[in-house]
Design a protein around this ligand. Structure first.
Ligand code: NAD
Length: 410
């Protein structure tokens, strides 16, 4: 099953719960538009590479398309298509007035110099110029891209189209980015975890977390988790993993990772095999790196009570069923990692209003949006005796279907 087929399986279950008509199902189960473009790059040594870039726009019934741009060798069309559809469901679930899209370039950014990364970003922006824009489709950061990449994207677009700060989100604050955007996705994962703990009458103290990925999402999830009293016992990145049963000093790890470029070699913890992190006996497992890392081959070995999906689509449908049958709660990606797009929406609002919010307001409003989304999902999962994922998709699919049908095209 391809990633898009997997996501569509979740969509179909939700469509059944919502009783969607055949025509609405057909329209919402394919992308609105898919662009594949050549992205040429002049390397520093003068040679020319040609990469392939994509922008997939899934649905815009509820507002402009919205979704990040991923630089990763695995950013193939089907993967980008799956991620674009997830964005449609995610923006609907947290009720921000956007649709869903995603972009990607099949490249390993770690093999490029900063000037090469800048030229690649400018080439990708030129290639997608006609289909992005503040009221059309608003890119943001994702795996392999960061605030600096967004700054180059903004600059290239403005060279072509004039002042348009709302064309990308996740920009540096100095260029109209929102305070709190960098931390938003990781912070949001922990806001959602807090709500789940609250309804279960449990306390963060003594609750252990293992986090796969120490990039934007994983590192901020770790920092906020520790601030709120959780204990992070294991962390990994692409180079390897580390473990300390009594809890890792995340501030010290962050300093180490900034200097060394990896969590590996951190003196305050023991080395661990990357795959073993997933099966550690912890309370909460937070996949915050790649997709489909929990699959039929390892789902039986997952020992956590809760899987908090910081990454997009980290659990395959087969694994989802295995985890459910073993009584493991999966908090779905479209809820858990929706903090990023929520604060991206706040950034876009600030750009269009030409008015900046203080970070405290951003974090407070993020908390309100995610707590409310969590409680809606939790309530529906009780009413329908279904998983949190089915409840989350049902709410999202119902909202998108209503908007699409009201527009009259179906
Ligand atoms: P990032 O590029 O900042 O960090 C990715 C991290 O994953 C790095 O630490 C990298 O070393 C690690 N990693 C890569 N391959 C790995 C492997 N095989 N094993 C262990 N670790 C590995 O990316 P990010 O922005 O933190 O995104 C992570 C995930 O969260 C992605 O699935 C992304 O789509 C999703 N997400 C990100 C945002 C956001 O705002 N950045 C929002 C929603 C969802």
């Amino acid at each position: 099953m391809t990633p898009f087929e997997s996501v569509n399986l979740f969509f179909t279950r939700a469509a059944d719960i919502c009783g969607l008509s055949e025509s609405t199902r057909r329209v919402l189960s394919v992308s609105h538009r898919e662009v594949r473009a050549e992205v040429p790059l002049r390397r520093d040594d003068g040679s020319l590479e040609v990469y392939i870039g994509y922008r997939v726009q899934h649905d815009n019934s509820r507002g402009p398309f919205k979704g990040g741009v991923r630089y990763h060798p695995g950013a193939e069309l089907d993967e980008v298509r799956a991620l674009a559809s997830l964005m449609t469901w995610k923006t609907a679930l947290v009720d921000v007035p956007f649709g869903g899209s995603k972009g990607g370039v099949q490249v390993d950014p770690s093999g490029l110099s900063r000037p090469e990364l800048e030229r690649l970003t400018r080439a990708y922006t030129r290639a997608m110029r006609g289909i992005i824009g503040p009221g059309i489709d608003i890119p943001a950061l994702d795996m392999g891209t960061d605030a600096q990449v967004m700054a180059w994207m903004l600059d290239e677009y403005e060279e072509l189209e004039g002042h348009s700060p709302a064309v990308v989100t996740g920009k540096p604050v100095a260029l109209g980015g929102s305070p709190g955007r960098t931390s938003a996705t990781g912070r949001g994962t922990i806001v959602v975890l807090d709500e789940l703990m609250r309804v279960r009458g449990k306390d963060p103290a003594g609750t252990t977390l293992a986090i796969q990925g120490f990039g934007n999402v994983g590192s901020w999830a770790a920092k906020v988790a520790v601030e709120r009293g959780y204990t992070v016992v294991a962390v990994s990145d692409v180079e390897g993993a580390i473990h300390r049963g009594g809890g890792i000093d995340i501030a010290a790890l962050d300093r180490h990772a900034t200097e060394a470029g990896t969590v590996v070699g951190f003196a305050g913890a023991d080395p661990l095999d990357g795959d073993d992190l997933l099966t550690l006996d912890v309370d909460v497992l937070v996949p915050a790196a790649l997709g489909e890392v929990i699959h039929h081959g390892n789902a039986e070995q997952i020992s956590a009570d809760i899987v908090l999906e910081g990454a997009n689509h980290p659990t395959t449908p087969e694994a989802d069923e295995i985890l459910a049958s073993r009584g493991i709660t999966v908090v779905p990606d479209i809820l858990t990692n929706a903090g990023g797009v929520t604060v991206s929406y706040f950034e876009w609002v600030q750009n269009t209003q030409r008015f900046r919010w203080p970070e405290e307001r951003v974090n407070d409003e993020l908390g309100l949006v995610l707590s409310s989304a969590f409680h809606n999902v939790h309530q529906l999962s009780i009413e329908r005796s279904c998983s949190l994922r089915d409840a989350a998709f049902a709410i999202a699919v119902g909202r998108v279907a209503e908007a699409a049908e009201l527009r009259g095209a179906l």
